[in-house]
Design a binder for this molecule. Structure first.
Ligand SMILES: NC(=O)c1ccc[n+]([C@@H]2O[C@H](COP(=O)([O-])OP(=O)(O)OC[C@H]3O[C@@H](n4cnc5c(N)ncnc54)[C@H](OP(=O)(O)O)[C@@H]3O)[C@@H](O)[C@H]2O)c1
Length: 268
């Protein structure tokens, strides 16, 4: 039996739905009352992996590093104790290594590889939907997010869901593999601005930090967001190294997905 965590979320809900459409039996786990198995990574008593052979651990990354590592560590301990044979983890691409939230992913990968369970790591690139939303024009119609001119090898979330389903369909064939799942063609925010017809006038990182400080964000969120801009501007989010087409024969046009997301998040 397959169990999928984070199944109320945008990525894992797609994975669960597509896996079921492909005839796979899956248990959808999350904190939501609608889940097949209610599971809270912050409550170790709820981590029930009985009857589970294959676990898709969707990262629960919206928190400080120590919280994320504690959550993932608790899941791995419970999964190992309850006899899970194969763990598949949604990690972060190598191109994203400089992002503020990469550390907890790399720590989790290390724990998984040392766990004694079979494993597959899905090193997901940044979602095209996320880049589009972060680069959305403000009320004055300008895009000011400080992404610089660097390329971003973002990838449609739906493609990452399809990649996960490909692995879930035959986990043994993917044991010991670490897949880099960045988009096949990078795009930059200046290109996105030109495509959606908005002026691109990037603020400084300092001005962006000041703007974010005035928003009702949690303390970890501003550095997390700024690190994405900073890494893009420095050219670190572009990569030619992607295994996406190994798992997803016909990936979506990530640039088009990002432009659609920027348009729908456009402030009016
Ligand atoms: N590659 C990227 O660009 C990118 C961008 C953003 C996030 N991410 C990472 O990828 C993950 C999946 O992305 P997504 O778009 O599906 O995010 P999402 O829609 O926000 O879903 C996050 C999921 O994590 C679960 N979760 C959070 N805290 C939890 C906890 N303490 N115990 C159990 N479950 C918990 C939530 O479930 P409940 O609240 O229902 O329990 C939810 O199902 C995120 O959680 C994040 O780590 C990647």
């Amino acid at each position: 039996m397959i169990l999928i965590t984070g199944a109320s979320g945008q990525l894992a809900s797609m994975v669960a739905e597509r896996a079921r459409q492909n005839g796979l039996a899956v248990i959808r786990a999350s904190r939501s009352p609608d889940a097949d198995r209610q599971m809270d990574f912050d409550q170790p008593d709820t981590l029930d992996f009985s009857g589970v052979d294959t676990l898709l651990l969707t990262s629960a990354g919206y928190a400080e590093d120590d919280v994320v590592m504690r959550r993932h560590g608790a899941v791995l301990a419970a999964a190992s104790a309850e006899g899970v044979k194969h763990i598949i983890y949604t990690s972060l691409s190598k191109a994203s290594h400089h992002l503020g939230f990469a550390l907890a992913h790399r720590w989790t990968e290390r724990q998984i590889m040392a766990s004694g369970m079979d494993w597959t790591i899905l090193r997901n690139g940044l979602y095209a939907e996320l880049i589009g939303a972060l680069a959305a024009p403000g009320r004055d119609g300008r895009i000011t997010s400080p992404f610089g001119n660097g390329g971003i090898s973002a990838v449609a979330r739906g493609d990452l869901a399809e990649a996960a389903v490909a692995v879930l369909s035959d986990p043994a064939a993917h044991a010991g593999r670490c897949y880099e799942l960045s988009g096949m063609k990078a795009f930059s925010v200046p290109e996105l601005a030109a495509r959606i017809g908005c002026p691109y006038e990037p603020a400084s990182l300092e001005a962006e930090r000041t703007r974010l400080a005035a928003l009702p964000l949690l303390p970890f969120q501003a550095p997390m967001l700024l690190s994405i801009c900073s890494a893009a501007a420095a050219g670190f989010l572009q990569t030619e190294a992607s295994d996406l087409e190994t798992l997803v024969p016909q990936p979506q046009d990530a640039f088009a997905v990002a432009c659609a997301a920027a348009n729908s998040a456009r402030m009016t």
